[in-house]
Design a protein around this ligand. Structure first.
Ligand code: HEM
Length: 408
């Protein structure tokens, strides 16, 4: 039984490389005592994510064993059940029904139409950076508020409630590590909040927000239930809080750690989309996909995993698999095709991928354009990484935004 080594949160890639050298599937015990089968190879990861017998819904008989195991002394079992009726907890055929009802809200044309608003929010935040007198935390002042503001506006969550959500999100975002008491209280508060918001939203009538879309999705025969709406809003809000933030943060750290890269990209802003794509592979914000479990004995790679066992797919490892990517430790924006699985694979492929890409492209392009002299205020090795199994991102990113004084 493996355990995550102490350096895992700073950099998981050497550990993953050692595991891949030994085989595609390994038993692992997390700090909370949760035991799972960790999949580290690209092919095996895709196979597992596509396998219809490896499932997500914990509220089934087949999921009972896995549910007990994952609950352990972590926060998994303490989540308010009313928040669990979302796509990422569902299997076919329920998954397809719900996904179909929420997909129109994320249609490419609707996401594209957000460009002017995302650009305006970005520029407003970037104006704020210039006012700083000394180092600024790029995470707190830019990478974090941008996707949150976008998602709150999309959902119709009042911006004044953002701070509250940040707090809740910090508790619930890594359920494999969270404390059960805190988890229960945060998820109860989220349910109460959304119930209230939904009632107000119903009373207000038509609007252009996602909550209204969810309220009116489908037809008279098939509408989302209140618990499904609350759960979907919750999932979207967490996704908006914990992922794009880190894509922006990880990209800026990679660029600023090598100032020549930053300067080079400034000359070629058309290269930003390819940069974002390679960043998703190289340092993607979702390190491991969410928990799944086997319902029958299942061969993954060449390992037989018994029924009722938890499965964790290490997307960060699959995206560094040397059997699939030449020189995976090299950040190469020319990789073509790239083929990363940073947004997952199969039926649970990220619903927000288009939005995340658009936000990251705008954020990075505007930052490069407006702040040519941006540089790290501390050494790249002094930056702390979050201690999360699922998400990969830094705690803070102190930067200097003003020109360095000229040397005499
Ligand atoms: C760079 C940013 C993002 C990354 C890397 C990312 C990654 C992922 C991954 C890996 C999954 C699959 C998880 C699994 O199979 O266990 C997923 C699912 C999902 N993501 Fe994202 N995500 C990002 C941003 C977003 C945003 C901005 C939203 C919404 C506003 C979003 C909404 C969702 C939803 C709803 C699902 C569940 C889809 C389903 O189960 O059918 N994501 N995401």
């Amino acid at each position: 039984m493996r355990q995550l080594p102490p350096e895992f949160f700073r950099t998981p890639y050497a550990f993953y490389e050692r595991l891949r050298a030994e085989g595609p599937v390994h038993q692992i015990e997390l700090r909370t005592g949760v035991r799972a089968w960790l999949i580290v190879d690209y092919d095996a990861a895709r196979e597992a994510l596509r396998n219809p017998t490896i499932r997500k819904d914990p509220h089934t008989d087949a999921g009972a064993g896995a549910r007990r195991e994952s609950a352990g002394n972590s926060g998994v079992g303490a989540v308010n059940a009313r928040l669990s009726h979302h796509v990422l907890n569902m299997d076919p055929p329920q998954h397809a029904r719900l996904r179909k009802l929420v997909t129109p809200a994320f249609a490419p044309a609707r996401i594209e139409a957000l460009t002017p608003r995302i650009t305006a929010i970005t520029d407003e935040l970037l104006d704020g950076l210039a006012k700083a007198d000394g180092p600024v935390d790029l995470m707190a002042e830019f990478a974090f508020p941008l996707p949150i503001t976008v998602i709150c506006e999309m959902l119709g969550v009042p911006i004044a409630d953002r701070a509250q959500f940040k707090e809740w999100s910090a508790v619930v975002s890594d359920i494999t590590l969270a404390d059960p008491v805190q988890m229960r209280s945060a998820t109860d508060a989220i349910v109460a909040y959304f119930e209230d918001l939904l009632a107000r939203r119903r009373a207000e009538g038509p609007g252009a927000d996602l909550l209204y879309d969810l309220l009116t999705a489908g037809d008279a025969d098939d509408r989302l239930t209140d618990d499904e709406i609350i759960s979907m809003a919750f999932l979207i809000l967490i996704a908006g809080h914990e992922t794009t933030v880190n894509l922006i943060g990880n990209t800026m750290l990679t660029l600023l750690a090598d100032p020549s890269k930053y300067a080079e990209l400034r000359q070629d802003l058309d290269g930003v989309p390819a940069l974002v794509e390679e960043m998703l592979r190289f340092e993607g914000p979702v390190n491991m996909a969410t928990l799944r479990y086997t319902t029958v004995p299942t061969v993954i790679g060449e390992t037989e995993v018994p029924a009722g066992e938890l499965v964790l797919v290490a997307l960060g490892s699959a995206n560094h698999d040397e059997k699939h990517f030449a020189a995976p430790e090299i950040f190469d924006t020319e990789r073509n095709p790239n083929g990363h699985i940073a947004f997952g694979h199969g039926i649970h492929f990220c619903l927000g991928a288009g939005l995340a890409r658009l936000e990251a492209r705008i954020a990075i392009s505007r930052l490069l354009d407006r702040y040519p002299d941006l540089r790290l205020a501390v050494g790249a090795d002094d930056i702390s990484w979050r201690e999360s199994v699922l998400f990969r991102g830094v705690q803070d990113l102190p930067v200097e935004v003003t020109k360095a004084p000229a040397l005499r």
